[in-house]
Write a protein that binds this ligand. Structure first.
Ligand code: FES
Length: 258
């Protein structure tokens, strides 16, 4: 661990890990062992928040034993990590001039910083939509702003920015004149489902980064499956191996979503 920054229950940890940093792509994740002892035994998945030189950063919220322990790490301590894992966002082809809307909720904003930086390198026009229950959930808004991505923010309790869900804010921006070519989203299932509906309703392609509890992170335990459609065929597929990013139209949420 080389650096740590905290805002209430939210934290950024920077780690020096040249081989993982060199291979990482936006949307991929790492598995982190939060304790050297047996509790918690399993590594936890964290999306890669940013990469710089030999290091990478993760952004997370303390919400239980594992993340509490991780939030107590300090610079100089060692961390057992595995990665980069999974398949990230689609950045192939000519993205010059692509109007990319990045939509994140709470700690789900984590991978969208790395994505925004890489999209901009490829000439895309990036706009970030950042939602939370309350202002304290928008911990990274200044970080995004100082990187040149001043986010459009929403809160559900009116404590900051637009009052309502972040997807309503995206929709309102579209109604006002914004016309994104592609949506990229990460956050809780409810947010992803709303982005999926919005994408379908507005006929905009979308990529969703799914969240899941993961036992191994590399396809061995079947602890992370989600129903996904591929070439017209629906099957339970491993998020860690085939995702975590999927085209919105391939993700099956339930009977009502088909
Ligand atoms: Fe083990 Fe996906 S986390 S198979």
């Amino acid at each position: 661990v080389t650096q740590k920054e905290s805002w209430g229950t939210y934290h950024i940890l920077a780690v020096n890990t040249p081989s993982i940093a060199a291979a990482a792509a936006p949307g991929q994740f790492i598995m982190v062992r939060t304790s050297p002892l047996y509790q918690p035994l399993l590594r936890r998945p964290f999306s890669i928040h940013s990469v710089s030189g030999d290091g990478l950063q993760i952004f997370f919220q303390s919400v239980g034993i594992g993340t509490d322990l991780l939030g107590q790490k300090t610079p100089g301590q060692a961390l057992d990590i595995l990665g980069p894992l999974g398949k990230g966002f689609g950045l192939d082809g000519n993205l010059k001039g692509l109007k990319a809307a990045l939509v994140g909720g709470g700690r789900g904003i984590a991978p969208l910083y790395f994505l925004g930086v890489e999209l901009r390198k490829k000439g895309a026009e990036v706009r970030v939509f950042y939602g939370g229950r309350s202002e304290e959930d928008l911990a990274l808004r200044e970080r995004f702003a100082s990187a040149g991505f001043p986010p459009d923010c929403s809160t559900e309790d009116a404590s900051y920015g637009y009052l309502g869900l972040v997807t309503d804010l995206v929709l309102e921006s579209i109604r006002e004149s914004y016309s994104p070519d592609r949506l990229f989203a990460c956050g809780p299932d409810g947010l992803l489902q709303s982005v999926g509906r919005l994408a379908k309703g507005q006929n905009i392609p979308a990529e969703l980064s799914l969240e899941s509890i993961m036992g191994c992170g590399f396809g061995a335990c079947w602890g992370c499956v989600h129903k996904i459609r591929r070439k017209g065929e629906e099957a339970w597929r491993k998020i860690c191996e085939e995702g975590p990013v999927f085209p919105s139209e391939d993700v099956i949420w339930g009977e009502g979503e088909r």
